[in-house]
Write a protein that binds this ligand. Structure first.
Ligand code: G3I
Length: 318
């Protein structure tokens, strides 16, 4: 059957994967699947601040350029991830005064976004990532504690200045369904846009777990954001199960994947779905949740799982 990307493209959507630079260099199977099945890629780590600017003003684009070159070669788009986040940001940033932190943020965004601004492969960015707590209050990150919530609007303005054509996203997890956190996101995006802040897109990460159930209001949530005039997308989809996995887990997981693709298919403003990797051989999940794993659509030997078929058939279907 046709690869996922053919069916997604027929719908005018993307199907993406997060890519890691190690296996992209070392594993033929990884490279082949990444190239053939997906029409969008996100750097799993290579574009984060600790990778791109480990010390003040010292930029390193080795991994980022590797991802962009791979995507260009394979006629894929790149979604940049991520500019302003509380995690994977070097200590030198976290200790700055307010004025210096704002300048560092501006310099970082101008340099990283600016590097790819004229590159047609890099089309969008996660400008700010994970700014909310679960109850919808702002996360007390070093950004927030030093600069207040103005860092969010500033980051979007700096990104727009660095690349007027890039689609600029705010991204978070546990905002797939309608809940306190996604409602805070909704209110923030609404208020930023009313103030003319260039927020174009909202990313629902989609780190799901079978033990927590499927966020059944996903489509309705996408629709309320779409009504604000923003694009929506699922940016980091995976569905972890209790290990060891069995056929029952695989079937439940496949249902979750199908539901996500179907929701995006049903909403015009949903640009596509990116999976946070593709093979269980390379996934963040077991490092973070030791009793869970097998969250992706290929197993650790690069064989397709029922979740692959679910994604395929949902993309191919009516
Ligand atoms: O690069 C070092 C390497 O030098 C060192 O030897 C090794 C030892 O542990 O660590 C390597 O860094 C790891 C890095 O991934 C690259 O592999 C870090 O320890 C590890 O913490 C880091 O994990 C990443 C995580 O973000 C960090 O927050 C995961 O790969 C990545 O999948 C995950 O992605 C995040 C998204 O960016 C945002 N949303 C949530 C998502 C899942 O946590």
């Amino acid at each position: 059957s046709e690869p996922l990307r053919e069916h997604a493209a027929d719908r005018g959507k993307f199907i993406g994967a997060a890519l890691a630079t190690g296996p992209l260099s070392n594993e033929t199977a990884y490279r082949n699947i990444a190239a053939s099945e997906f029409n969008q890629v996100t750097a799993e780590n290579a574009m984060k601040w600790d990778a791109t600017e480990p010390s003040d003003g010292q930029y390193n684009f080795g991994g980022a350029d590797q991802i962009v070159a791979f995507a260009t070669q394979n006629n894929q788009q790149v979604h940049g991830h991520t500019l302003v986040w509380h995690s994977q940001t070097p200590n030198w940033v976290q200790g700055l005064s307010a004025a210096n932190m704002r300048t560092a943020m501006q310099d970082h965004i101008a340099t990283v976004v600016g590097r790819y601004a004229s590159n047609a492969t890099v089309v969008s960015w996660d400008v700010v990532n994970e700014v909310f707590n679960e109850d919808g209050t702002f996360r007390q990150s070093f950004w927030y504690n030093t600069l207040g919530q103005s860092f969010i609007a500033d980051a979007f303005r700096y990104a727009r200045a660095a690349d007027p054509n890039a689609r600029l996203c705010i991204n978070d997890y546990n905002v797939e369904g309608i809940n306190a956190k996604s409602t805070a996101m909704y209110n923030l995006v609404s208020s930023l846009r009313q103030q003319g802040v260039p927020v174009d897109c909202v990313g629902f990460q989609g780190h799901l777990a079978t033990q927590y159930g499927f966020p059944s209001s996903l489509q309705q949530n996408m629709e309320r954001f779409a009504a604000l005039g923003v694009q929506v997308r699922v940016t980091e989809l995976d569905v972890r199960v209790q290990m060891p996995r069995d056929a029952n887990d695989d079937a439940t997981q496949a249902t979750y994947y199908r539901n996500v693709i179907n929701a995006c298919n049903a909403v015009q403003a949903c640009a596509g779905v990116t999976i946070w990797g593709f093979t269980d051989k390379h996934s963040w999940v077991p490092d973070t949740f030791p009793s869970e794993g097998a969250a992706l659509i290929y197993d650790a030997n690069y064989a397709v799982k029922p979740s692959y078929t679910a994604v395929h058939d949902a993309l191919a279907g009516p």
